[in-house]
Design a protein. Structure first.
Length: 437
């Protein structure tokens, strides 16, 4: 299921990343080591009272001048307005209101989105600075005084965030498959999108007006409906050079969060880059379906094993998602372009698949007989019962004797067995471990 998106916007040094880390820090981290963007503090999953959402820190790199700060903030605000369900606008209560705050406030005031104004660094809430009330002038509602460093007033902020999610945010539109086309500039995303939309003129104009889908394009193929996410965002370029990569990554992350299947486009001549790996890591952690689309295959001189060798490179570079299928296409020559859609559908189906509990448990029993579960200080891991408790992505609950005994490598082994036994190509699968009391 796609989660509501909450984006944090604000000047450098107001405390955005402190806030981000504190909110996210409460969450138990995922055991796996994926090269996700999580470590760069751009994106993380957060939770409050059982409601999950994606938190995105839109902050840019340290700018050196007031001009750069302003253009960075405009870019942040634009991303937030395009993508987020709720925008957190953070200002610094010690500095008081600045010109940049006013500019961004003007932009955000005009959006139809929910904006929450956070005045940070109010370490002593009983002693509000005199100019605190200036922030009312921004016209975006009641400022909330917080101290990110001390987590003061976090309960109020988190309550307000989750109460502000629009109805239906995070719900699945069961009938259509949401697809995000992700990749570096010039790999051929627009070309692919044009072919997909252009040759499938069911509805080609973007739907406007809905709170979050203003730039989504629906199309139909082979009797199925698809929604292409964020095509406009991909086209827009940042004026601040050093930030182009960061902002395109942030946009990509927001699009991934909303999709069912992510098409990771790779340039056949360039191979897989670090940025591709980061993006793939986010899709993996977010539990999305993924198809690796190698484009510009026409430019490659083919020898007997060219495709096999390329597949091996993909496997080596994207080891953490060896389940992702790849398709080799040339948008230019219209070669295998619609295989991309067939594969998208296939992966979406696998991601939504449910397996029978009986078969699942006998598969796990067999697996534990083939490879003994780990033990520690004479105590051995016991798995009593397994059930699939969710789809999109497939989620399995294991009843076990002791959580500490479930080592990552053994969980990985069981994951591979489940994949071998049932398929689940193209989708990450998730486990929860519950101790039987
Ligand atoms: P960002 O650039 O907006 O991500 O800001 P950071 O999170 O990096 O914070 C900038 C500085 O403000 C750091 O030195 C933080 O320790 C400090 N800071 C953040 N939150 C608070 C707060 O609630 N109170 C005080 N006094 N300082 C804070
Ligand atoms: P985007 O920046 O990812 O949206 O990439 P574009 O769709 O704008 O394509 C970038 C360039 O690559 C354009 O000049 C395209 O004509 C070219 N291109 C796209 N697909 C192919 C392909 O399959 N083969 C070749 N040779 N060029 C391609």
């Amino acid at each position: 299921m796609s989660k509501p998106i909450v984006a944090v916007v604000g000047r450098p040094n107001v405390g955005k990343s402190t806030f981000f880390n504190k909110v996210v820090g409460r969450r138990v981290s995922i055991v796996e080591d994926t090269p996700g963007v999580t470590r760069d503090r751009i994106y993380a999953e957060a939770e409050w009272n059982g409601i999950y959402f994606a938190l995105i820190d839109t902050g840019g790199i340290e700018p050196d001048s007031e001009d750069v700060i302003l253009s960075q903030m405009r870019e942040q605000a634009q991303i937030a307005m395009d993508m987020a369900d709720v925008i957190l606008f953070m200002v610094d209560g010690r500095d008081g209101m600045t010109h940049a705050d006013q500019e961004v406030g003007n932009m955000l005031r005009r959006t139809g989105k929910k904006v929450i104004l956070l005045v940070n660094k109010i370490d002593n809430p009983r002693n509000l600075p005199a100019d605190f009330y200036d922030f009312y002038e921004l016209g975006i509602g009641e400022p909330i005084a917080i101290s990110a460093a001390n987590m003061l007033n976090f309960g109020d902020v988190l309550d307000e965030i989750v109460e502000s999610f629009p109805d239906g945010a995070g719900d699945d539109d069961e009938d259509s498959i949401k697809v995000a086309v992700i990749g570096k500039p010039n790999v051929g995303k627009s070309s692919l999108i044009n072919v997909l939309l252009g040759e499938n003129r069911v509805i080609v104009s973007p739907i406007a007006g809905t709170t979050r889908d203003s730039i989504d394009s629906p199309f139909a193929w082979g009797g199925d409906e698809y929604i292409l996410i964020d095509t406009a965002g991909i086209r827009r370029k940042s004026k601040v050079n050093e930030d182009i990569e960061r902002y395109s990554v942030i946009r990509a992350i927001a699009a991934i969060e909303r999709c069912d299947v992510c098409l990771l486009m790779i340039d056949a001549e360039e191979g897989i880059t670090d940025q591709d790996k980061k993006i793939a890591g986010v899709a993996h952690e977010a539990g999305k379906g993924i198809v690796v689309v190698v484009n510009k295959w026409d430019l490659i001189a083919k020898e007997t094993n060219t495709m096999r060798d390329f597949k091996r490179e993909i496997e080596a570079e994207l080891q953490f998602m060896s389940y992702a299928p790849s398709v080799f296409i040339s948008v230019k020559d219209k070669q295998r372009v619609f295989d991309v859609i067939k594969m998208t559908k296939y992966v979406a189906e696998k991601r939504a698949m449910r397996v029978p509990t009986g078969q699942l448990n006998s598969l796990i029993t067999d697996a534990t007989m083939m490879k003994q579960p780990p033990s520690d200080k004479g105590k051995r891991l016991k798995i009593y019962y397994v059930a699939q408790i969710g789809v999109k992505p497939p989620l399995f609950s294991f009843q076990i004797n002791k959580r500490d005994l479930m080592h990552f490598s053994y969980a990985r082994y069981l994951e591979n067995k489940i994949r071998e036994g049932f398929g689940f190509e193209g989708t990450s699968i998730k486990f929860v471990f519950r101790e039987k009391g």
